[in-house]
Structure formats: structure tokens, C-alpha cells
Design a protein around this ligand. Sequence first.
Ligand SMILES: Nc1ncnc2c1ncn2[C@@H]1O[C@H](COP(=O)(O)OP(=O)(O)OP(=O)(O)O)[C@@H](O)[C@H]1O
Ligand SMILES: [Mg+2]
Length: 269
Amino acid sequence: MVRKTKVIAVANQKGGVGKTTTVVNLAAALSLMRRTVLVIDLDPQANATTGLGFTPQEGISIYPALIGAEAVADMIQPTPYENLNIIPSEVNLSGCEIEIARRDDHLSVVKNVIEQIREADVFDYILLDCPPSLGILMASSLAAADGILIPMQAEYYALEGLGVMKGLVERLRASGVNPELEINGILMTMVDFRTKLSTDVVQEVKDHFGDKVFETMIPRNVRTSEAPSFGQPVVFYDPSSRGAEAYKIFAKEFLRRNPTRMSEEKTGE
Ligand SMILES: Nc1ncnc2c1ncn2[C@@H]1O[C@H](COP(=O)(O)OP(=O)(O)OP(=O)(O)O)[C@@H](O)[C@H]1O
Ligand SMILES: [Mg+2]
């Protein structure tokens, strides 16, 4: 049987490649298709939190749940959007790495918390916004995930980072920490279809990773970069912009690749 809640870590140790933009807009587009989505912001920068219109608050985040001070269910916050919820981030999360690193079970902290949410069986998808570093928070997010979605900017050095991510996934699988972890897909972001560099990089990534690369690509789009300053996903901020359209098409492709029991029942799209 297909497990109902699918947990996807959106990760790439390279900074500024479109992880948060992808989390926020994939979540928004899935919610429009009547999927119930939980975003967990695991980055102390809190960009997914503010990008979904939520002001970070001390004590309301994944942090108290990770250290066992609060029940994770109490940390789930509604957003202004139907079907879309968030566990926000807060600055204290940056200290969390050191605190957790001391524990023997440091790779399972995120997993333990997420298992409690899975048990409640409320969400179709849980999307984890990972920080741009190879620290404990990223590693334990990958340990908790069914799949990893790697956003990749179509630029010259993009492939270097990808090798690192692939190695990390292989280690987590081989060590038994998460034997089922799969690279769910690679999403090309900020693609400029007019430049040869962009199209060359896309081709190179496809040569290496074949059908792991999502067919949909996200174009570079000014509205997409403006939307976070209004605390909104571009999917809601300017639904007809090229960025919003691309993320909505991507969400459909994502659903085809990641069906859940709910996906089979709901045919909203
Ligand atoms: N399709 C796009 N078109 C134009 N700008 C974009 C697009 N996607 C993301 N951006 C912009 O690029 C910057 C980096 O994006 P984002 O914050 O999503 O990356 P990130 O990988 O989460 O970064 P970090 O590693 O710091 O967490 C942001 O300013 C964002 O608004
Ligand atoms: Mg980010």
C-alpha cells in the first residue's frame, strides 16, 4: 500500500539555488490542487517562514519539538492559505545543531518528530526546507525523508554540488540510516532559455541524471523573486506570471511522480 504522507526534503548544500522558492511554491500549487501540505522550515534563515507570510516567533518552531520540549503537533501553524500549514523556523534553530550533535541519535531527531505527524495521518505531503550546509539539520532531514528533491540553478558550477548530494544520499542508504531514500528528482531553476550557458547546463545535467531530471523547468522570473518580500508564494502573488505557471505545471508533474492514496482519490487537477 502507498504510504499516505509523503515526506520530501528539498535540499542542496549550495546556497541560493531556489530551495525555498521551490518549497513555498510547490506547497502553494499542491494546496491549490486540494492536497493537504505541511511545510517544515529547517533553515534558521527562516525564508520559507516569512515567504508564507509568517513572522518567526521564539518558541514556535521545529526547535522545541526537536529537543523534546514541546509536542510537534502544537508547533503546526496555519498559513493564510487553505490546505497549507507550516512549522516555522526561528533563530534559535541555529544553536540546535550543536545541541543535537552531542546526542547519539542525532540523525533520527527529525525522523522521530515527523513520525508523530505521520501517525496523525493528516497531511498528503510534508516538504522540508533544508539549510544550505551539510550540517546535522540537513543530514537528519534526509534521514527522515522518503525522497530528496534537488533544485539546481542552471549555471556553470551547478554539477559540482550535485555530486556531493549524490554521495550523501548513497551514504545514508548504505549505512542503513535511510535505506529507502531516493533522489526524487532534480529541478532546474532560474533557467534562462535565451542563453546558451543555461541550455548547455540543462543538457549536461540530463546527460548525467537522465529521467531523474524533472521535465518542467523553472524560468528566471522577476515576479518570482519579488513575491517573498510580500510574504507570498508567487503562485498566489501573481498567479499568471511565468514563474507561477511553471510551478503549477511542476506540481502536476510532481504529483504524477509522487502519487499518494489521496492523489488517486482526488482528481482536482
Ligand atoms: N525562478 C526564479 N526567478 C528569479 N529569481 C528567483 C527564482 N527562484 C529563486 N529566485 C531568487 O533567488 C534567490 C535564492 O532563492 P531561494 O531563497 O529560493 O534559494 P535557496 O536555495 O533557498 O537559498 P538558501 O541556500 O540561502 O536557503 C532569492 O532571492 C529568490 O527570490
Ligand atoms: Mg532557502
